[in-house]
Design a protein around this ligand. Structure first.
Ligand code: AQP
Length: 328
């Protein structure tokens, strides 16, 4: 059975991009693969966080995993910091990662722009991410398009490690959706929807209320024409709305384009908002129930045990081949 691993950071508001590019795509995978889905709380520390908020967001993200349809009996759901192998593997992999490789990561370049207080953790985080994946011998990693470069690095590190120390890791394949892998900001469809966007008009939070969703879609930036067609280069705003609708309804973009021929942008915006509201409603209801019972902490505790057991062998092999002697 194939193994799947993916993670999400417990930071900011989980948005529609995170959901359509990643979380929604995790759900069917739990049926067909041995799946590990992690709340990557160590990654969240790469920029300063309020500790209380980080604790709250970690439990909330795990609750969103379950509310969206992940079943803790089928998939292993856990917090990254609950399995110490991640930090250990991250360090060992940093020692085979080159500074030049990390310097080329576009996410680091974007996030560090104009700041002289960037942490070393933000710079080395792709090596930790490689450790997250390689520890579980994952065959596939479902992610949005923005993570493609980090995954290529994880593959390069796995290949280098295998060459240098002998066969240790499975080489993971990125699994990036055809549609929805890069949901764009509603206020600026030239850039991806992002938790850290300057304006709240950029994203739809998964826990956002109906009124606000409708308002944001109505104000979504489009263009000055009035024909509805899919052309991400020339019509990024309209194409973004079509992508969102396509991933949720399962209708190909082409079919939607035909359905909306002769209708105005206003119509497309209101319908997209409605489709999103209906998709998020059951998730929001289930989320509210879950966060009142305290059962999520239990899910995370059981998941951590399973995760530690699953990564133990690889962790021991990494240490051994690198020349670390076993402790007693
Ligand atoms: N706009 C997006 N469209 C599709 N997929 C996306 N992802 C992120 N943004 C989009 C995917 O969501 C998963 C979890 O991402 P993360 O928590 O690691 O955060 P991120 O990739 O750094 O992006 P965010 O959530 O918008 O945060 P910031 O603002 O910090 O960059 C990943 O699979 C990611 O590809």
């Amino acid at each position: 059975m194939a193994r799947v691993f993916s993670g999400m950071q417990p930071t900011g508001n989980l948005h529609l991009g995170n959901y359509l590019g990643a979380l929604k795509r995790f759900i069917p995978l739990q049926e067909e693969a041995e799946s590990f889905f992690c709340v990557v709380d160590l990654h969240a520390l790469t920029v300063p966080r309020d500790p209380e908020d980080l604790r709250k967001k970690t439990v909330e993200l795990a609750a969103l995993y379950v509310a969206a349809g992940l079943d803790p009996e089928k998939a292993t759901l856990f917090a990254q910091s609950h399995n110490p192998h991640h930090a250990e593997a991250g360090w060992l992999l940093q020692c085979v990662t080159r500074m030049g490789e990390l310097s080329r990561m576009t996410q680091f370049k974007d996030k560090s722009q104009g700041s002289d207080s960037v942490t070393a953790g933000l710079f080395t985080y792709p090596a930790l991410m490689a450790g997250d994946i390689l520890l579980y011998q994952a065959d596939e990693v479902p992610v949005g398009e923005d993570q493609k470069q980090h995954l290529e690095l994880a593959r390069d590190l796995a290949e280098r490690f295998n060459r240098q120390y002998g066969e240790t890791f499975t080489i993971p394949e990125p699994r990036i959706g055809e549609t929805g892998a890069r949901i764009m900001g509603l206020d600026n469809p030239e850039k991806k929807m992002s938790k850290s966007a300057a304006s709240e008009a950029n994203f739809i939070g998964l826990l956002e209320d109906e009124k606000s969703i409708v308002k944001k879609f109505k104000r979504a930036v489009t263009d000055s024409e009035n024909d509805i067609r899919y052309d991400p280069e020339k019509k990024p705003g309209v194409s973004n709305l079509l992508s969102i609708m396509s991933v949720i309804t399962g209708k190909p973009v082409q079919t939607l384009t035909e359905e909306y021929q002769g209708k105005g942008y206003g119509h497309l915006k209101v319908d997209t908002a409605e489709v999103v509201i209906q998709e998020l409603k059951p998730i929001q209801e289930r989320f509210r129930e879950l966060t009142q019972t305290g059962e999520i902490e239990e899910v995370l505790a059981k998941g951590a045990e399973k995760a530690r057991a699953a990564s133990e062998k690889t962790m021991a092999r990494m240490k051994e081949v690198m020349g670390l002697i076993p402790g007693r």
